[in-house]
Ligand binder design. Sequence first.
Ligand code: SF4
Ligand code: SF4
Length: 97
Amino acid sequence: MSALSQVGFEDRMATVEFRVAPDAHIVVDGDQCRGCTTRECVTACPAHLFVPTADGGILFNYEECFECGTCYMVCNRAGAISWRYPEGGCGVVFRRG
Ligand code: SF4
Ligand code: SF4
């Protein structure tokens, strides 16, 4: 087994740092999400940043986003997610463990 494969998820996460930008780089349009029954974003986001609310909406927090783009790719409603990379120097930083 290689050294890389022995690194667990928690160990890997310990090497991740988030430099939070003042403005969200991903904006979720709650009106578009209301009535979405499939909610691909909830299961697809590796950071679990999409949380369904009891009233049929979606709660989203951009601060610990890995910038993988998966939510944008899997969302089934045009315009529900506005996605861009965070402004210079902000966002996720993967440090060598
Ligand atoms: S972001 Fe897209 S997939 Fe997620 S709840 Fe809204 S419309 Fe549905
Ligand atoms: S870009 Fe990736 S980590 Fe960020 S919210 Fe979308 S799915 Fe989650």
